[in-house]
Design a protein around this ligand. Structure first.
Ligand code: ADP
Ligand code: MG
Length: 532
């Protein structure tokens, strides 16, 4: 039975003093519901099957007790945590290190594919008590006997449903079979499909069932809206919404991999910094996309449910359900990608007339309202553009250094009202911006959005799908222009295009040279990037 305990504190959960101290330093006020119900069972060594959405604090729910129960005198691994992806394995290991920072002899290591195995073997030899890993790599270590399982007391499957979706069932079973029979087996999953129940039946003993569905750390701060759209209007509406909400980062969800690919293509061709992730991509490719998303090189991430689940990126201001999810729980997971770390967020769902009923049932399930919004009109967009422009003006005024311009305006003001002068200026600048996008000649070198000072950022119409690598671009520039390889700045590769940063004083010449050259036989077009 799941015991509900109100207002219980971390102290009352009987965790070691060192862990309580770490919790205080992290500023956690009280355990989350899943922590309240899981930690006592975890400490008692019971098997657990826990269902809770992302963001409910599952890592601490199993992580704190695991650290608590480590015997520091034993140098062999005592707990094994399985996670679906390298990214999540690293996240869990980081989180555990925070909770265990005042405890000596509770070392945590993450092992995953993609990293040289020798490096991991060396770290393992040094003595590690808690191992977090992806199933494939863990099994590899177990077969090489570089991970000894004799002292394992606890095995945890984190994000079990996602691991199954990714085809890890067999590896998981192989690992479980190799671990001591009297182990504690803990299973956490956002959803409970049949296969998970089967795993529980075969590998757990009298598991405690814990389910937390509605109480989340994050949901209350997310505003939820829907747009009623016709299927063929969806792309256009999406672009309008993206333009209206020029916020930090957005995640867009599609139901299928094909849908993701199509939308990536559509948005990239319209000039958005967008990329997609889905199950067909290799882990390294996904990591690359996630890194770009995290550091802001791309602003729009398009994903399937499976690929995006569990990924914790702060500053996601907007989630768009381009395709409405068919599973209610997916809806909650999806919108949970925004509003992380207590920040606000907004979620939009696209629904066709036929899907309104599905939306209403989601509303009922989540027990909160999803409010209808009208599709932004072109007028709304123009208005928004003016608003953004006003913000730029205010910023320029606040930054000062306007002396030279003030004199010019004062002169004009002898004949015209300052309002008219300013409005005329706005018209000139904003209309010019609009023309810029289509103009053959393109942008100036003034504002290219380079990350480094003294550099300009250039756009190249070739990318990784032309089988071009960073090295090819560096080589071509070094050979064909006066710029040496080591003064070339950041290069960002995308599917169909790339950006390269070059020293500002040499850029103009370099552009001329580069526009004459070919890379891997392909003629290229180079122009200053549009520094948005
Ligand atoms: P889940 O695995 O359920 O998706 P996490 O364990 O990753 O969730 O926790 C989500 C976030 O909440 C993390 O940043 C974590 O540090 C934070 N967190 C966990 N427990 C608490 C708590 N009791 N109080 C405040 N924040 C917490
Ligand atoms: Mg988690």
């Amino acid at each position: 039975m799941n015991i509900i305990m109100e207002n219980i504190t971390f102290k009352e959960l009987n965790l070691r003093e060192e862990i309580i101290r770490a919790i205080d330093e992290l500023g956690f006020e009280e355990p989350t519901p899943i922590q309240k119900s899981a930690i006592p069972h975890m400490l008692a060594g019971k098997d657990i099957i826990g269902q809770a959405q992302t963001g409910t604090g599952k890592t601490a729910a199993f992580g704190m007790p695991v650290i608590n129960n480590i015997d520091s005198d034993v140098k062999d691994p005592q707990a094994l945590i399985l996670a679906p992806t390298r990214e999540l394995a690293i996240q869990v290991a980081d989180e555990l290190r925070k909770y265990g920072k005042h405890i000596r002899g509770a070392k945590t290591l993450a092992v995953y594919g993609g990293q040289p195995i020798e490096r991991q073997i060396k770290a393992l030899k040094a003595g590690v008590q808690i191992i977090v890993g992806t199933p494939g790599r863990l099994l590899d270590h177990i077969r090489r006997k570089t991970i000894k399982l004799g002292s394992i007391k606890t095995v945890i499957l984190d994000e079990a449903d996602q691991m199954l979706d990714m085809g890890f069932l067999e590896d998981i079973e192989d690992i479980l079979k190799e671990t001591p029979k009297d182990r504690q087996t803990v299973l956490f999953s956002a959803t409970m499909p049949k296969e998970i129940e089967r795993l529980a039946r075969n590998y757990q003993r009298d598991p405690q069932k814990i389910k937390v569905v509605h109480e989340k750390l994050t949901v209350p701060s997310i505003e939820q809206y829907y747009f009623e759209v016709k299927a063929r209007e969806k792309q256009e509406v999406l672009c309008r919404v993206l333009d209206m909400e020029k916020e930090n980062l957005s995640v867009i969800f599609c139901r299928t991999k094909k849908g993701v690919d199509e939308l990536v293509e559509c948005l990239q061709s319209r000039g958005y910094f967008a990329e997609g992730i889905h199950g067909d991509l290799k882990q390294t490719q996904r990591d690359r996309v996630m890194k770009k998303f995290r550091d802001g090189t791309i602003e729009v991430l398009i994903a399937t449910d499976v690929a995006a689940r569990g990924i914790d990126v702060e500053n996601v201001a907007m989630v768009i359900n381009y395709d409405i999810p068919e599973d209610y729980e997916y809806y909650v997971h999806r919108i949970g990608r925004t509003g992380r770390a207590g920040k606000g967020g907004v979620a939009y769902t696209f629904v066709t007339a036929k899907q309104i009923r599905l939306l209403k049932s989601i509303e009922k399930y989540i027990k909160s309202r999803i409010i209808r919004k009208t599709i932004p009109t072109l007028n709304d967009l123009a208005e928004r553009q003016r608003e953004l422009f006003s913000q730029r003006i205010v910023k320029a005024i606040e930054e000062g250094h306007l002396g030279a311009y003030t004199a010019m305006i004062e002169q004009l003001a002898e004949e015209y009202s300052s309002i008219d002068i300013a409005a005329a200026l706005a018209k000139i600048v904003m209309d010019k911006n609009r023309v810029d996008i289509d103009e053959e000649k393109g942008n100036s070198l003034e504002n290219t959005g380079a990350k480094e000072s003294g550099m300009v950022r250039l756009f190249l119409n070739i990318g990784s799908r032309d089988h071009i690598k960073v090295g090819d671009i560096v080589g071509a520039i070094a050979n064909e222009t006066k710029i040496s390889g080591d003064s070339i700045g950041a290069i960002d590769m995308f599917d169909k295009y790339a950006f390269v940063e070059l020293p500002a004083d040499k850029a103009e010449n370099a552009i001329k040279q580069m526009n004459k050259m070919r890379i891997k036989g392909k003629k290229i077009k180079v122009e200053p990037a549009n520094g948005r």
